[in-house]
Structures are given as structure tokens and as C-alpha cells.
Design a protein around this ligand. Sequence first.
Ligand SMILES: [Zn+2]
Length: 237
Amino acid sequence: MKIIQKGNKYTNYSSRDGHVPCCIVNHISAGSMSSMDNWFTSSGNTVSSAHYGVSKDGRIHHYVDIKLMAWANGITSTATTQAPAKIVRDHPGVNPNKYTVSIEHEGTDGNLTEEQFAASVWLHRHIQAEIKRIWSKELQLDDYHVIGHYQIDPIRKANCPGPKFPWSRLYKELKGENEVSKIPVKIIADGKSIQNGLIIENVTYAPVRVLAEVLGAQVTWDQKSSTVLLESRQFGK
Ligand SMILES: [Zn+2]
């Protein structure tokens, strides 16, 4: 996936003031990708910005450096104690822009195209990797750390990212990366079947003793050194 740099000298940003990003906020742009590009690079815009934008055809535009704060989720200090998002209430009095990374999505109601959804999932993981690379911090991609704008500002931003935003699919997809794929397989060695093989993350596992003995090798287990010794009978005693 390619990230296209779009921010210019007019793009709004501030310092994170030492805060490490620990939260991704999803938004809907309520307009086209080109109007998003124009607005986030316009000298007339002195009110808002975002780190990234994802188009309906799956392009990712980059406006504000992740090391800096974008102007996307500002609320009053008092509102931080009343926000639906727990992560915001856990930072009372702190401007959420300080510790969030914002993704805008081209569209109006949160309904994402397949290309857009795939790009957004990729971008969430990319942000996670960037936070690890820059700050050596682990960002969990769960419903505490990945939220919608309406969870920060439920009155003014009730429809951001919109009623059709695919939350459950997104969380499932983001969680999916940690689920280990296990495929049971039948292993046949020299015509003899070994029933309980397993492919875990592209590596095939089978009981060593059964497999070795079928192939005419000797197996010794050395408990002291936690070593399994395999010796071919052909070259043995
Ligand atoms: Zn928003």
C-alpha cells in the first residue's frame, strides 16, 4: 500500500507536547477526496486537519506527520470527563488531539467501499507499526484504542464517521491478525498415515517419534538438555 504525501505549508498542526499517540480516531469527510485535499491544504482553513485520508478507491493521503498533533478532535476541557470514549475520560482535561491519530474517510454515511475498507485496515496497522518504530510503544487495535469521532464529541459529531461505518467488521479484522491459523492435515510417510499433523502459520507439525520411526530413524529424548535426538539407523550402529 502506498501513502501519498499531500500536506503543505497551510496544513494545520501543533506539537503533541510530549504525548505519545495511543488512540486512532475514525472520521467521515462528508465530501469528496479532492475537496478533502483542497481543504487540508488551503490557506483559508485555520480550523481543522487530519493525519490521513482514505479515498473510496483505496488511496491513502497523508496530511499531518504522526509525530505532530492534527486538529481533528478538539473539545473543551470539561467535555473530556463526559466523553463516551473511556480513553478520553481516562485523560481528563487533556485535548484528545494530543494523543490521537486521525483518519478521514471519503464519504457521507460511513459506508466504505471494499478498497477503502482494505486500505483503512492496512493504515490502522501501519499507524500501529509507526508508533512502535518511533516511540517503542505497543498500540492495541481494540475498541478502547480505536474509536469514532462521535465517541469524543457525541453532540456536534454524532454522525462522524456515520451510522454505516463497519465497526464490527473493522474490529474483527484488526483482531484477526493475532489469531493463529491452524489447519489439521493428514501426513502420509512412506505410505503410512500419521493422523494428527497440523499446519500452524505455514509450518507443518507432526509427532516426531511417529514420523521418525516410520522413516526408519531412532528418537531419543534427553530430558536434561531438553533435546530430541534423531538418528538415522542407516548410519547408526
Ligand atoms: Zn470527525
